[in-house]
Ligand binder design. Structure first.
Ligand code: NAD
Ligand code: LMR
Length: 338
């Protein structure tokens, strides 16, 4: 086994902890599903993040190889690998942030809800581990269907008595990344200059880009609005079809997840004004969970922002999104309660 697999990295860990105590921020981050399509690239990107001092890679397969590989990168974070359910608790103990891309991806013709059967159980087991071993960690949930897996995680934490709504965030960052890219293409500008709020949830019509609130302020024709909304809502399916049975978005997702995790860590560190979209416990609509902009701080999603003014097109989209979201949320809640 590679030298820093499991227990072999104690010296390096002590050094990392000293660095953290010496003033340099150092957070402990676990990736669950680290050997998968998203997990591998995300492990690479989190190993490059200077805010991470310890990186735990957990999966039910292949973590020794991924861990050995990533651990050779000459960046600060100490990497440790954990393989299979018996090592889940060790992987989670002491973590500040847990990122979950574990679970099966879509194939052409499937909806995200078709993944519920398998992924609901995976998310339940992993969240039971979090409730037991790192109940104060921030959780970034990527596994689909996010509109149902976030309620599942919340119910597991409620059952365990550890639920803190500020600490559970469904990752919708890829919708924002796509929206910025597609809007920038239409406007003919650099995507890094564009900020598109995307609200609602993370599946089909529940993905609601607010083009009326794009920064810098921009106007779109009815055709552009229709084209952009459809493209953003179907960005995931575009990748699933292009991959033709080999899975769904992994590289752009790892990029989006790493960007979002970095925002969570900057919030934890106390940086002011960190704002991202995420699917969270919410009172913005009548639904118990909803994606909007949130302000990230030491406690997680410390502030959940209102939707702001919507135009007629967005108001109609919002009603459609809420109808679908209600069913997906209910399905997740019932999976744990029944
Ligand atoms: P993948 O099949 O390549 O990788 C999934 C990994 O999860 C595998 O390595 C597998 O061994 C692991 N796994 C399975 N059961 C596990 C368990 N019980 N504990 C720990 N690990 C386990 O899939 P992928 O392409 O990386 O996608 C993963 C998930 O992310 C899918 O559900 C996909 O739909 C979702 N996803 C979400 C978004 C989003 O925007 N939120 C974007 C893309 C993909
Ligand atoms: C995405 O948006 O790319 C993910 O949710 C994966 C999928 O199934 O589309």
């Amino acid at each position: 086994q590679p030298p820093n697999f499991q227990e072999g990295s104690d010296v390096l860990l002590k050094r990392a902890e000293c660095r953290a105590k010496g003033g340099a921020p150092g957070f402990k981050v676990a990736i669950l599903g680290a050997a998968g399509g998203i997990g591998q690239s995300l492990s690479l990107l989190m190993k490059m993040n200077p805010l991470v001092s310890v990186l735990h890679l957990y999966d039910v397969v292949n973590t020794p190889g991924v861990t050995a590989d990533v651990s050779h990168m000459d960046t600060g974070a100490v990497v440790r690998g954990f393989l299979g359910q018996p090592q889940l608790e060790s992987a989670l103990t002491g973590m500040d942030l847990v990122i979950i891309p574990a679970g099966v991806p879509r194939k052409p013709g499937m909806t995200r809800d078709d993944l519920f059967k398998i992924n609901a159980g995976i998310v339940r087991t992993l969240c039971e581990g979090i409730a037991k071993c790192c109940p104060n960690a921030i959780v970034n949930l990527i596994s689909n269907p996010v509109n149902s897996t976030v309620p599942i995680a919340a119910e597991v934490f409620k059952k365990a008595g550890t639920y803190d709504p500020k600490r559970l965030l469904g990752v919708t960052a890829l919708d924002v990344v796509r929206a910025n890219t597609f809007v920038a293409e239409v406007l003919g500008v650099d995507p890094r200059e564009v900020d598109v709020p995307v609200v609602g949830g993370h599946a089909g019509v529940t993905i609601l880009p607010l083009l009326s609130q794009v920064k810098p302020p921009s106007s779109f024709t009815a055709e552009e609005t229709e084209y952009l909304t459809n493209r953003i809502q179907n960005g995931g399916t575009e990748v699933v079809e292009a991959k033709a049975g080999a899975g769904s978005a992994t590289l752009s997702m790892a990029y989006a997840a790493a960007k979002f995790a970095d925002a969570c860590l900057r919030g934890l560190k106390g940086e002011a004004g960190v704002v991202e979209c995420a699917f969270v416990d919410s009172q913005v609509t009548e639904l118990p969970y909803f994606a909007t902009k949130v302000r990230l701080g030491r406690a997680g999603a410390e502030e959940v922002y209102q939707l702001g003014p919507l135009n007629e097109y967005e108001r109609i989209g919002l009603e459609k999104a809420k109808r679908e979201l209600a069913g997906s949320i209910q399905k997740g809640v019932e999976f744990i309660r029944k």
